[in-house]
Design a protein. Structure first.
Length: 70
């Protein structure tokens, strides 16, 4: 009987895996920044503009106070 060779172990990350990880991270950072910008923009809307999009001033203030990552 021939001895079996040890199974090949693949590295945990490859260049492709790192690329996907970085692009995913960049995407999440961009999304978080965009949410933060949109929440700050809510504060600049008038009460009439807020009503047009179905929000009260209180709701806009609450939304704008949320952290950008949430």
């Amino acid at each position: 009987m021939r001895p079996t060779s040890a199974p090949r172990i693949r590295p945990a990350t490859s260049a492709t895996g790192i690329s996907f990880s970085l692009s995913g991270l960049v995407g999440r950072v961009r999304l978080a920044m965009e949410r933060g910008r949109q929440r700050r923009d809510l504060l600049e809307l008038t009460d009439r503009e807020l009503r047009d999009i179905g929000l009260t001033r209180r709701q806009a203030l609450r939304e704008a106070a949320r952290p950008f990552w949430d």
